[in-house]
Design a protein around this ligand. Structure first.
Ligand SMILES: CC(C)(COP(=O)(O)OP(=O)(O)OC[C@H]1O[C@@H](n2cnc3c(N)ncnc32)[C@H](O)[C@@H]1OP(=O)(O)O)[C@@H](O)C(=O)NCCC(=O)NCCS
Length: 231
């Protein structure tokens, strides 16, 4: 009898230990893992909302931008930032002005990508978008991931339209916006202005979803045509 009790205790010991270990898992570690993603080439990336504490990471990433990436992002060659500009870009409420930063899990000192929206003062439910991935991380899916996460945050915060001003030769960004279903609303000789209409998750009923999907098809076709002429 004693032997039987001892044996069943031994059998239960392992799952019990595992259960206790799960209970003792620090919540900060759990939260951190929710923000970890793998890019196409298996690179491990951590995403998070940025703040003043990320200044050095932001500058380290900025230093690594090629002239082409720098110009595509800022529409002029930007050589650096004043303290006032840094304060504007980093000291943000992450609701009306929100930025998601990306770091490589193996090197937390460099910001490797950033997606930002800033709500318009006159129309707070509409926002301007800017997105950057440093050159050595481009082409691995990070730009799309950041844009998708930005959309999620924008929807949660009541933003319903994202406005993008993109240089006409910026094929990668036009490609991403085309895939997301953005439409061109204006252009000049240098840039296209594209808008992405967002849906509030709660508003998304079944009937709306089907009419939305047929609408999207036509929008997509429109964009495909635009992108083809753009390229
Ligand atoms: C635009 C940018 C954010 C994209 O980031 P990224 O990490 O390289 O993007 P992804 O890897 O997620 O996706 C790029 C997509 O564009 C496509 N692409 C890349 N170069 C392309 C080109 N020359 N022509 C057409 N498509 C191209 C890729 O094939 C990929 O699409 P796919 O997944 O369907 O194959 C990045 O290039 C960048 O930082 N550019 C400079 C800043 C900028 O232009 N910002 C936008 C204005 S604010």
């Amino acid at each position: 009898m004693l032997k039987m009790i001892r044996n069943s205790f031994l059998i239960l010991q392992k799952p019990l230990r595992l259960f206790l270990r799960i209970l003792a898992w620090p919540s900060s570690t759990m939260a951190k893992h929710e923000n970890i993603y793998q890019l196409k080439d298996q690179t491990c990336i951590e995403l998070g909302l940025i703040g003043p504490q990320d200044k050095q990471r932001y500058l380290n990433g900025f230093k690594r931008l090629s002239p082409r990436t720098n110009i595509n992002r800022f529409h002029t060659f930007k050589t650096g930032f004043t303290e006032k500009e840094l304060d504007y870009l980093l000291n943000i409420d992450n609701v009306h002005h929100l930025a998601i930063g990306a770091i490589d899990c193996k090197n937390r000192n460099i910001g490797v990508g950033l997606a930002r929206y800033i709500c318009q003062q006159e129309n707070p439910d509409q926002a301007e978008v800017a997105i950057t991935v440093i050159d050595e991380y481009q082409g691995r899916g990070l730009g799309k991931l950041l844009y998708q996460q930005l959309i999620n945050k924008a929807q949660q915060n009541g933003v319903n339209k994202l406005r993008n001003v993109i240089k006409k030769d910026n094929r990668a960004m036009l490609h991403i916006l085309e895939q997301l279903g953005a439409i061109q609303i204006s252009e000049n000789d240098q840039v296209y202005e594209l808008e992405l209409q967002l849906k509030r998750p709660a508003d998304f009923s079944h009937s709306e979803a089907s009419s939305e999907s047929s609408q999207k098809t036509s929008v997509r076709n429109k964009m495909t045509n635009m992108a083809v002429t753009a390229i």
